[in-house]
Design a protein around this ligand. Structure first.
Ligand SMILES: [Zn+2]
Length: 172
């Protein structure tokens, strides 16, 4: 296993839709292992393949709140899509490993139903609410080439973009 570098805004790959995975071959299994290590190292609760530079429709998440046995709630979702949404909610202080240094309130669906396949290619359907619903919407946004800053106020978004530009300039 290997730790992968997390791609951050404004890397162009983050704007690209991810490709459907046709075969869960060894390279995908290896990527799942590396992403798992990277997710827990970060630490984060969700990670899309595009965030580690792979334009593949796959995401990992672990929203288990069992602090005594961390790393036991890992789930892999391949080719996920939202098939149903219900209600509206404000996701407070949402953040993203690819958008370091920013947290913001994001309007989200309260509940979502998601279909996809797991790491063995078996169909899965998840009816999610609460934190899991938010994480799934956030990660599926990544697979569609969308960052959460595109869902916040333009004022906040532009402030963040200027801050990043300035930091990049200072780095030379
Ligand atoms: Zn993210």
């Amino acid at each position: 296993m290997a730790l992968l570098d997390i791609v951050t805004y404004p890397a162009p790959i983050l704007d690209k839709p991810s490709e459907i995975i046709e075969n869960i071959d060894d390279s995908i299994i290896c990527l799942i292992q590396d992403m798992t290590e990277t997710l827990y190292d970060a630490p984060g609760i969700g990670l899309a393949a595009v965030q580690v530079g792979h334009n593949k429709a796959m995401l990992l998440y672990d929203v288990a709140e069992d602090e005594d046995s961390p790393g036991t709630g890992l789930k892999v979702l391949i080719n996920p899509r939202i098939v149903h949404t219900e209600g509206k909610v404000c996701s407070e202080n949402e953040g993203c490993l690819s958008v370091p240094g920013l947290r913001a309130d994001v309007p989200r669906h309260a509940c979502v139903s998601v279909e996809g396949v797991d790491h063995e290619g078996k169909p899965v359907k998840i009816d999610a609410e609460g934190l899991l619903s938010i994480v799934l919407q956030h990660e599926i946004d990544h697979l569609e080439g969308r960052l959460f800053i595109e869902r916040i106020s333009s004022l906040k978004r532009n402030m963040y973009k200027r801050r990043v530009q300035k930091a990049l300039k200072e780095e030379g």
